[in-house]
Ligand binder design. Structure first.
Ligand code: UGA
Length: 432
């Protein structure tokens, strides 16, 4: 099949590369010339394990191309994926759909034969209807079909999630499109992915409902962790005990700092905005948003307790600052709230992240970056494990921290409390 991915952000690039690896001819289009030139040279703008190798392999095989020419790319393709950003609007919780609608207008100028137009970007319910309206102003409805096909990729695990998805959701009642798309996804269906064909609106909602539910699961376990800390119970035991019930499932029950990233915070807000538009009050999701927003303050309170409220001039080391491991993404990371609050109280922050120094912290005088773990931790009064990188699992703290009175606050529960006790290290974790 000939596919065109519009937008080479996270979703467009990963999906484009993976579709080409399944044997399709893929053109990835972006208006950013510099980005396109870099991609042609195998330079990718994001950190995603395995993506660079797969991109280079398929680019060399000529199955994958990069272009800034939208018109030409659309006219050469059978299926067009809209993969542009849908950020939260500056005022309020609604998703900003201006990029999606601009692309729809561009597409409407270039359709001469039947095309399937897919929203892969996360878009609120009824966006497909709007896209159809925009395109039908210029093109006969017989010549196109607008389908919702949400993605469920996690940053850091995106290639595996693309290759072995639990399900492929196709939102269309157009029989021709359904047949073509089932065929496109057949290599994944034959490996076990369930194929779910629904209405377009249902597919749009499945995406938001899934993210909101996962965010709810995390928030639920985070709040239980707060209770565990008061009653001398280990949250890890609760996660295991609950997760073994197949109706609940063990994944996304890891307590930690506030959830972040480019999806959960944005999508939970957007689904409540959609519901408000249709006069429905999603109280559970609203309270999830609130609880998660409070979580960074709770984490800070714990830091203050560990340091006995003496924050001024304390050396605090953050190991990992991204919103989770295996990504360089800082969007809505809880470190962006915690680090400025600690500096305000007079702390000196030193951090290490396997994906390098972050622009977000360059503006602060009291934040420094170390390019290795040993340097990062050596002068610390407190070491905060903010992200769960494997790189942090075997650190010899006793040997490498020069200040003998240091403490560790493990926000991801990656160490054994018993081992820390044996080593006489002051160790604090979540929900314990
Ligand atoms: C999320 C969804 O998991 C994907 O299915 C979806 O496709 C994607 O959003 C999207 O809409 O594009 P992602 O944001 O990459 O993926 O990352 P997750 O692995 O879901 O983690 C999100 C946040 O939850 C992170 O801050 C992570 O640390 C936190 N988390 C996750 C926990 O605190 N505990 C857990 O058990 C799991």
């Amino acid at each position: 099949m000939k596919l065109c991915m519009i937008g080479t952000g996270y979703v467009g690039l990963v999906s484009g590369v993976c579709f080409s690896d399944l044997g399709n001819d893929v053109i990835c289009v972006d208006k950013d010339l510099n980005k396109i030139e870099n991609l042609k040279n195998g330079i990718i703008p994001i950190y995603e394990p395995g993506l660079e190798e797969l991109l280079i392999k398929n680019y060399k095989n000529n199955r994958l191309r990069f272009s800034t020419n939208l018109k030409d790319s659309i006219s050469k393709s059978d299926i067009i994926f809209i993969c542009v950003g849908t950020p939260t609007k500056k005022n309020g919780n609604n998703a900003d759909l201006s990029q999606v609608y601009n692309v729809a207008k561009e597409i409407s100028k270039s359709i001469k034969r039947f095309k399937i137009i897919i929203t892969k970007s996360t878009v609120p319910v009824t966006t497909g209807d709007e896209i159809e309206k925009i395109i039908s102003k210029k093109v006969s409805k017989k010549l196109f079909s607008v389908v919702s096909n949400p993605e469920f990729l996690r940053e850091g695990d995106a290639i595996r999630d693309f290759t072995y998805p639990d399900r492929v959701v196709i939102g269309t009642h157009n029989k021709k499109s359904n047949k073509i798309l089932k065929n496109l996804y057949s290599p994944l269906i034959s490996k076990g992915a369930k194929y779910v064909n629904t209405s377009r609106r249902a597919a749009e909602l499945i995406k938001y409902a899934s993210n909101a539910f996962l965010a709810t699961k995390i928030t639920f376990i985070n709040e239980l962790a707060n209770l565990c800390e008061k009653i001398n119970v280990n949250i890890e035991d609760i996660s295991i005990g609950m997760g073994l019930d197949n109706r609940i499932g063990s994944r996304f029950l890891r307590a930690g700092p506030a959830y972040g990233g480019s999806c959960f915070p944005k999508d939970t807000k957007a689904i409540t905005a959609t519901a408000n538009k249709f006069k429905t009050n999603l109280t559970v999701i609203k309270s999830v948003i609130k609880s998660n927003e409070n979580r960074s303050s709770l984490m800070l309170k714990k830091v203050f307790e560990i340091l006995k409220n003496k924050i001024k001039n304390k050396n605090i080391c953050f190991l990992g600052v991204t919103f989770k491991a295996n990504t360089d993404d800082m969007r809505d990371s809880s470190s962006l709230t915690m680090i400025p609050a600690l500096i305000k109280k007079g702390a000196k922050i030193n951090y290490f992240d396997p994906t390098g120094e972050k622009l977000d912290f360059k503006k602060f005088n009291n934040v420094t970056f170390s390019n290795n773990i040993k340097d990062a931790i050596k002068k610390s009064d407190l070491i905060i494990i903010h992200t769960e990188w494997n790189d942090f699992k075997n650190i010899n703290f006793k040997k490498d921290v020069k200040n003998k009175k240091f403490s560790i606050f493990d926000m991801r529960n990656i160490y054994s409390a018993d081992k820390m006790k044996d080593n006489k290290i002051k160790y604090f974790s979540i929900g314990n």
